[in-house]
Design a protein around this ligand. Structure first.
Ligand code: SF4
Ligand code: SF4
Length: 90
């Protein structure tokens, strides 16, 4: 996992800033849905589009990620998911 600073423009949910963000490497994803099932807060889904292998790649819904990393550890495909943990600038 990577760590990056939240520059204040991160996704917001209510008044609380998200603590994480997920990026899916579309061509590495096999559309198995394990990350979707594993996410404790339900912010992953399978997209409607296809990648070049004919799979529906997972995608982040855009808000609510806690940065817990569960999806990263659930994913069987190396490099398919990157979790960014966001920290607030002080
Ligand atoms: S890091 Fe945690 S909260 Fe964020 S999408 Fe993955 S499982 Fe869900
Ligand atoms: S667990 Fe990995 S391979 Fe499976 S849908 Fe999620 S990102 Fe794709």
């Amino acid at each position: 996992m990577k760590r990056e600073d939240n520059d204040g423009n991160g996704e917001m949910k209510g008044s609380k800033p998200d603590r994480g963000r997920v990026e899916v490497a579309v061509e590495e994803c096999k559309g198995c849905g394990l990350c979707v099932e594993a996410c404790p807060v339900g912010v992953m889904r399978l997209g409607e589009g296809f990648n070049s292998h004919g799979y529906h790649p997972a995608e982040y819904t855009g808000t609510g990620c806690t940065g817990c990393g569960v999806c990263f550890f659930a994913c069987p495909e190396p490099g398919a998911i990157t979790v960014l943990r966001l920290t607030m600038n002080r």
